[in-house]
Design a protein around this ligand. Structure first.
Ligand code: GLU
Length: 450
């Protein structure tokens, strides 16, 4: 059955959709223990329907650069499944964006959002626009042009986009401004807005803090361990990585790495987060090589030094590893090295950063492994808190959001680990997450008919 669905999917998706097929095949294979447990799954063709997006919207984005030249990019929104609530998921602005990449992200989002227990469906969107090196006014003109094409398809009760790689509160602010100018509506159509107008406190921190809350709970429950005094490695230097590092440091861990698309930093004395922020935040995209010039004792390794399916960051010995950069950034070779160096837990902050072969090895060797759809769900959860605050015209304080986030991450851990136990795959959090998320979505799909 799973084989047949995958074969059909391969036939109907072009080669650029490899990451999508990777994500679908992981989920379907992990559903094996429950597929036959309920005859309604087959009767309602749940698996067959679940792997096809409700709608793939593609549009042309035309904007003027600072030299008054017309520039053109592809824009997308993939509305995958809204059985549990309005479509929800981020926008990614990065040259690697294709329909295939967004289909994988939107598909993952259905399961992640289901795991939060909140009423949100799954979607993703974005553009192959590269924000690197663009002026603030170019970003404004691009965001306005993007929203001009996107606005008919979204709404506070229809589809609520947010940020992802290349899209932070600055871009969401510009997108919201244009939405408001076109529609005259002041509603929660986007989340991750600046706090000055409708954003939730803690949305910028939410994904990274949530990753660490999840890790803390998993380590305490599974191994009676804490993060205090432990050496941790984190990849990335964007919003998720920065707030993962911040929370790990607050809990007393020693974070010794970070990275960007050009290279990695190893700082045995512990990453100086203020330096990273100076180089990376507020739309600045300066090279991390600068960090090694400024901080004595730190070492910068350019990406080109690790050409063979391995990454500098994962060669560093650590207690726990937090891949927070992008998909497929932790390979089988990296996994071997991490295990050899005594790593006991891998907690994903990015979406699908670990390759299937690396995950298999971690599980075989007893390394605790948490998939992004469980451990990075704090971001979208606080987005839903923002939708709630917007709908009721309220503003919650920092502590309230933080408490709710911590509680929600514990709940997700519990749901995932109990489900894994229940279905005979104890400590397999990939299968636990997929099964728990699937059950909730499948039930809604059955109850709403077709
Ligand atoms: N892009 C984030 C994610 O991968 C957040 C989505 C949202 O807040 O809607 O979950």
């Amino acid at each position: 059955m799973v084989e047949k669905i995958l074969a059909n999917l391969k036939k109907s998706n072009c080669m650029t959709d490899n990451t999508f097929l990777q994500a679908v095949s992981e989920v379907l294979n992990s559903l094996e223990p429950i597929i036959n447990s309920d005859s309604r799954y087959e009767q309602f063709a749940i698996l067959e329907r679940l792997v096809i997006p409700d709608r793939v919207i593609q549009f042309k984005v035309q904007w003027l650069d600072d030299q008054n030249r017309v520039q053109i990019n592809n824009g997308y929104r993939i509305q995958f499944n809204n059985s549990l609530g309005p479509y929800k998921g981020g926008l990614r602005f990065h040259p690697s964006v294709t329909t295939g990449v967004l289909k994988f992200l939107a598909f993952e989002q259905i399961f992640k959002n289901s795991l939060t227990g909140l009423p949100i469906g799954g979607a993703k969107g974005g553009s192959d626009f590269d924000p690197k090196g663009k002026s603030d006014f170019e970003i404004i003109r691009f965001c306005r042009a993007f929203m001009r094409e996107l606005y008919p398809y979204i709404g506070a009760r229809v589809d609520v986009p947010a940020g992802d790689i290349g899209v932070g509160s600055r871009e969401i602010g510009y997108l919201f401004g244009e939405y408001k100018r076109i529609t005259h509506q002041y509603d929660g159509v986007l989340s991750g807005k600046p706090y000055a107008f409708g954003g939730s406190l803690m949305r910028p921190q939410a994904t990274g803090y949530g990753v660490v809350y999840f890790a803390r709970e998993m380590l305490a429950q599974e191994l009676q361990e804490s993060l205090e005094g432990k050496v941790c490695t984190v990849s990335g230097a964007g919003n998720v990585a920065i707030h993962t590092i911040e929370k790990l440091q607050q809990l007393g861990a020693i974070v010794v790495t970070c990275s960007d698309s050009d290279g990695a930093i190893y700082d045995p004395n512990g990453i100086d987060l203020d330096r990273v922020r100076e180089l990376k935040e507020g739309g600045k995209r300066l090279s991390l090589a600068e960090y090694s010039h400024q901080v004595p004792g730190s070492i910068y390794t350019p990406k080109s030094e690790y050409p063979n399916e391995a990454h500098a960051i994962w060669q560093i010995p650590c207690f726990a590893a937090f891949p927070c950069a992008t998909q497929n950034e932790l390979t089988l070779n990296d996994a071997k090295k991490l295990i050899e160096n005594g790593c006991i837990a891998v907690v994903e902050g990015a979406n699908m950063p670990t390759t299937p072969e690396a995950i298999e090895l971690f599980q075989r060797e007893g390394v605790l492994f948490s998939p992004g759809k469980a451990s990075n769900a704090g971001g979208v959860a606080v987005s839903e808190f923002e939708m709630s605050q917007n709908a009721s015209m309220e503003k919650w304080d920092f502590d309230k959001v933080d408490r709710k986030l911590d509680e929600l991450m514990r709940q997700i851990y519990k749901r995932v680990s109990l489900t894994a136990k229940e279905y005979g795959v104890e400590r397999n959090f990939v299968n636990g997450a997929n099964i728990a998320a699937f059950k909730r979505v499948a039930e809604a799909m059955i109850l709403e008919g077709f």
